[in-house]
Design a protein around this ligand. Structure first.
Ligand SMILES: [Fe+2]
Length: 172
């Protein structure tokens, strides 16, 4: 593996880890606000990012890069309201998309097609993640997120998470 890709791999390992930690902080904020549906959604997101981190970790170690997680910056712990936390969710996904696209471009430029192929599913997943968070933002704006709508809104997240449970193969 080329030196610049090796460096970028560890940056991406750190990015995925930081995203996972950030979603845990967001789950804690939801727990404080008595929003169990949204809390569960962020636990799910945290686990999803951890799985990505593990995939990068294993791939990098298997291909001549010494995988290592870098420093975690201070993470945001408080939010104005549900729309604010979801907009932060979208921002994190957009940052991750930029980083993965940058790495894909580097792989393309140096003809590392194997790593480019490894990145393909992540590129697609970033597109899907951004779209699904955008859909949630539309839902939150339509349902409303002031005190009187929160019970109903959180129930929508609970339903969404129940759907994800049914999708997951180990629950079948
Ligand atoms: Fe990710």
């Amino acid at each position: 593996m080329n030196d610049s890709i090796r460096k970028q791999m560890n940056i991406q390992i750190t990015n995925e880890h930081v995203a996972s930690m950030a979603y845990l902080e967001m789950a804690s904020w939801c727990a404080e606000q008595d929003l169990p549906g949204l809390e569960e959604y962020f636990y799910f997101s945290a686990e999803d990012e951890r799985e990505h981190m593990m995939e990068f970790y294993r791939y990098a170690n298997a291909n001549g890069c010494r995988s290592s997680i870098g420093a975690v910056p201070t993470l945001r712990q408080s939010f104005e309201h549900v729309l604010d936390i979801l907009e932060h969710n979208l921002y994190l996904e957009q940052q991750n998309t930029i980083a993965i696209n940058q790495m894909a471009k580097m792989c393309h430029d140096i003809s590392d097609y194997a790593t480019l192929q490894f990145l393909q599913p992540f590129i697609k997943e970033q597109q899907d993640s951004e779209r699904s968070v955008e859909d949630l933002i539309v839902m939150v704006k339509r349902v409303g997120y002031d005190a009187k709508n929160l019970y109903f809104l959180d129930k929508q997240f609970k339903k969404l998470m129940q759907g994800k449970d049914e999708e997951s193969p180990e629950k079948e």
